[in-house]
Design a protein around this ligand. Structure first.
Ligand code: C2E
Ligand code: MG
Ligand code: MG
Ligand code: MG
Length: 292
């Protein structure tokens, strides 16, 4: 498990690309200019129901098209941005771009449009200006709160002064879906889960990847209990990093609700998602009455 205990499932991009410790500071300092130059962009990975076919949500995943280093994974720069405060501007940009894309998908097909799911750093949530910014972005883009999901890791809920929790409660009360990301990689204190303003628990990739033919019975028992606990608390269970049909079938058998992973869809461009949604809409019309 240890290898995958950080962010994401594991780095999708070549980790050997030229950066060393001294280059990290340089990379970080370049973020504001890179933002202004439009070097950051989003991919979108669909989250699908395990029973059913309509896409439930798409998760926005930020990438940096660096002029010298090529396309960088968020694993390579989110931590840096958190350390020096650039995460506030980067997070604002991501949320705005994601909501704008969501708005375009909604305008294309209000009935089939997916929820937009955006990763938020614990550092952002702890900032007193964050809540207002989220509300403002929703208003400006015309996205109703219930069409936005925010993904946070446990760290975001654990600040001592309770400020983040209050902000998340306010958003949840307004209808925003709050998802606990990477559940199972951190301390995962089960007792406090019920106290959080959550709607969704995302089971971390390493959990899901323990499902293989050779997996022991305990792996399934543990997963089944976590899905059961999630449901008992009234939350939805999403599995991350589903790579095989076997994993998808097992998760369905465990009554996991939704899933995300290469088995279903890789992260796509906005246009890629648009095409998927158009296909989905054609199917819907086709199966209803043959009209297109
Ligand atoms: P995450 O939120 O847990 O996102 C899931 C990660 O798993 C993504 O990596 C995704 O590309 C990858 N993934 C999806 N399906 C599969 C699969 O089947 N197998 C494997 N091995 N991997 C899969 P990515 O895009 O590199 O993002 C890594 C992490 O960076 C994210 O983990 C999230 O914590 C963070 N991140 C990404 N975008 C943002 C952002 O806009 N803001 C913040 N604060 N963090 C972000
Ligand atoms: Mg992750
Ligand atoms: Mg996430
Ligand atoms: Mg995750």
């Amino acid at each position: 498990w240890a290898k995958s205990a950080g962010r994401g499932c594991y780095a999708v991009f070549d980790p050997a690309r030229g950066r060393r410790e001294h280059a990290r500071a340089e990379l970080s300092a370049a973020i504001p200019e890179a933002l202004a130059a439009g070097e950051f962009f989003l991919d979108y990975q669909p989250i699908v129901p395990l029973s059913g076919d309509r896409i439930d949500a798409v998760e926005a995943l930020v990438r940096w098209r660096h002029p010298d280093l090529g396309v960088l994974s968020p694993v390579e720069f989110i931590d840096l941005a958190e350390d020096d405060g650039h995460i506030m501007a980067l997070g604002a940009y991501v949320l705005m771009q994601a909501c704008r894309a969501a708005r375009r998908w909604y305008d294309l097909d209000p009935e089939g449009a997916p929820i937009i799911s955006v990763n938020v750093s614990a550092v952002e949530v702890a900032d007193p200006s964050w809540l207002t910014r989220v509300e403002k972005t929703l208003t400006e883009t015309g996205i109703p709160p219930h069409r936005l999901q925010l993904e946070l890791t446990e760290r975001a809920f654990m600040a001592d002064d309770g400020g983040p929790l209050a902000a998340l409660r306010a958003l949840a009360d307004a209808g925003v879906r709050i998802a606990l990301d990477d559940f199972g990689t951190g301390y995962s204190n089960l007792a406090y889960l019920g106290q959080l303003p959550l709607q969704v628990v995302k089971l971390a990739g390493p959990f899901v990847q323990r499902i293989r033919d050779s997996a022991g019975a305990t792996d399934f028992v543990v997963l089944e209990s976590i899905v059961g606990l999630t449901h008992a608390l009234g939350f939805t269970a999403t599995a991350e990093c589903v790579e095989t049909r076997f994993q998808a079938e097992q998760l369905r058998a465990l009554h996991c609700d939704t899933a995300q992973g290469w088995y279903f869809h890789r992260p796509l461009t906005e246009e890629g998602v648009t095409e998927l949604l158009e296909g989905q809409r054609r199917d819907r019309h086709g199966s209803v009455g043959g009209t297109v």
